[in-house]
Design a protein around this ligand. Sequence first.
Ligand code: ADP
Ligand code: MG
Length: 701
Amino acid sequence: MFASTLDTNIEFLKGVGPKRAELLQKELGIFTCGQLLTLYPFRYIDRTRYYKINELNPDFPYVQILGRITAKEEVGEKHKKRIVAKLTDETGTIELVWFQSLKWVTDNVQTGKVYIIFGKPVVFNGAFSISHPELETYPRPRNTIGNLVLQPVYSTTEKLKKFLLDSRGIQKLQALLIDQFIGDIKETIPSYILNKYNIIGRKQAILNIHFPKDTTLLKESERRLKFDELFFIQLSMLYGKQQRELKFKGHLFPVVGERVNVFYSELLPFELTNAQKRVVKEIRQDTQKGIQMNRLIQGDVGSGKTAVALLSMLLTNDNGLQACMMAPTEILARQHYESIVSMLQGRLANVTILTGSTTKKQRLQIHEDLENGKTDILIGTHALIEDKVIFKNLGMVVIDEQHRFGVEQRAKLWRKNTIPPHILVMTATPIPRTLAMTLYGDLDVSIIDELPAGRKPIDTKHFFEGQRLRMFGLMKQEIAKGRQVYVVYPLIKESEKLDLLHLEAGIEQMSYQFPLPDYQISIVHGKMRNADKDYEMQRFVTGKSQIMVATTVIEVGVNVPNASIMIIENAERFGLSQLHQLRGRVGRGAEQSYCILMSGNKLSKEGKLRLETMVHTNNGFEISEIDLQLRGPGNLSGTQQSGVLELKLANLATDQVLLQQARDTVIEILAEDAILIDPKNSLLKSYLAKRLRGISLDKIS
Ligand code: ADP
Ligand code: MG
């Protein structure tokens, strides 16, 4: 009755049974045989390498030792009973200890015989010992799974280990699975692609990822399975994009009219940078194609994204449609509104702001003006995409800061007009190329990689505690020039109290260095009432205070071009992208600005690298690449909602080349066969059909 398919419940695999099946589900989320088969080893141990006992080091993970059992005895009473043996090679002796399976050890481990021992050495009472080592007789019998040159290591949990599902136990199950199901493993990628790119078959890859014949085949298998993961993410995204483009028309903007021209020639107070010009051109091209634009603009803080956004919105207005711009917070929305109003000087477009604090009465008026088309540009928070906000004819949506804006929310915007509006997403958090391709692979990406001319790069310095007086000196020097200073303390939720203590101690020291009435200090932290925060912020914004001491990042989201120093206390506690964001608060004017990273003397290797990176570069893209290397994609913001975390083997930090290959391959396939109607692409078509029904990759193996 039970067809031998990979969907078989894991319970029915020989040697599993209900108890272990339940554990596998609970601990690893594995329900079926197919899912267990895609639990890949996380590393391999070279079983041809034997360590000598005098080489051992407690930092070693697992080691393999060849030695003779020279003594063996049972010690202790009752539940403390254990067997201790001595293993000796020509360089020394270590202890082997067993607390369980004593009968097996008594019967099978023989004094005088040579064994291959495998385990983690620890130092106990000044000597090395290995508890519950794996043990094989020497020489190894041929053709067992223990005969592999590369021994796979699977990650399991303490609970699973109690039920003999340690790495070895999992390996045994994998052997059974392969035996039973190898014939059921289906190919997922068309053979013409495999041939063209020299990719090995899926069956062979799965076999060799678990039981690698040699390092070459292991590499090939890893490449194949990584390719699978990356390829199918790209396929879903690019196919979806293509479908959208085929299905939905986009507004055509044939005209560059009075608004754009007047703005450009009369109102824009500066020449656009080449990067800005390039992006504007890309937007121009997008909006002349008749398909809906979905474009992401990445550009560091201060790279001038607002001007690009405004030009795009005016272009929209020139073509008889409305535009809106959304920001993640009210403060940012207000800032956009103010800067756009001031750039337009009351000409060319009717601009309105709508946020959470807009009164009901104002709101009604705004709704009316939107519906009758009186409003050309609407700026606000997410409130402005609520269903009750109806536009007469919305042609463009600009979204500032994409992080909180997923695919579904974008899809919601597409329904705002019978022809969906063009969408321009802007982010000041540069993300690595691979991550962008994976997270926003369905968006076209523009990069503003150039700051307006005349900006001086921020001078970043790392000071240890002992150099604090130098830091104060620099503060005094800048304040004397009429400039302002931010001092930021880290805020970690779990120890908010401690952070507040730090902050208070810092302020006390600060007020000693910077006495009233010459110096005014504003203080903003999370425990304050909003009204008090606003008051303090306002004092800084208006220049009444010279020093802003703050605990959080968000609250310094204000644009104060006169601020020229950013001091970050305990800088080693911040992540790289956070440090970069904080630094971006200064350097907004033409004068030289500084960022001072204060840290304790003891730094972790990673903490040191972060601070060095900050000192060495101002380039957000470079920083994001290093951040990716350091932390892995799972910890970068924005990855949580995407498929990135489902990657089992592929690594966005190290598999850039393969990702590009996978993407290019998909582009090539779709260019030739847009709707995948060619029989040679039938595997892909059926993958997408299953995916649409919510079936994951595991299940189609
Ligand atoms: P961001 O990309 O961080 O949103 P903004 O659009 O706020 O940057 O621009 C930062 C500052 O640079 C603003 O004061 C803006 O007027 C100015 N700016 C933008 N583009 C240019 C340019 N091409 N030349 C000179 N200044 C510019
Ligand atoms: Mg901005």
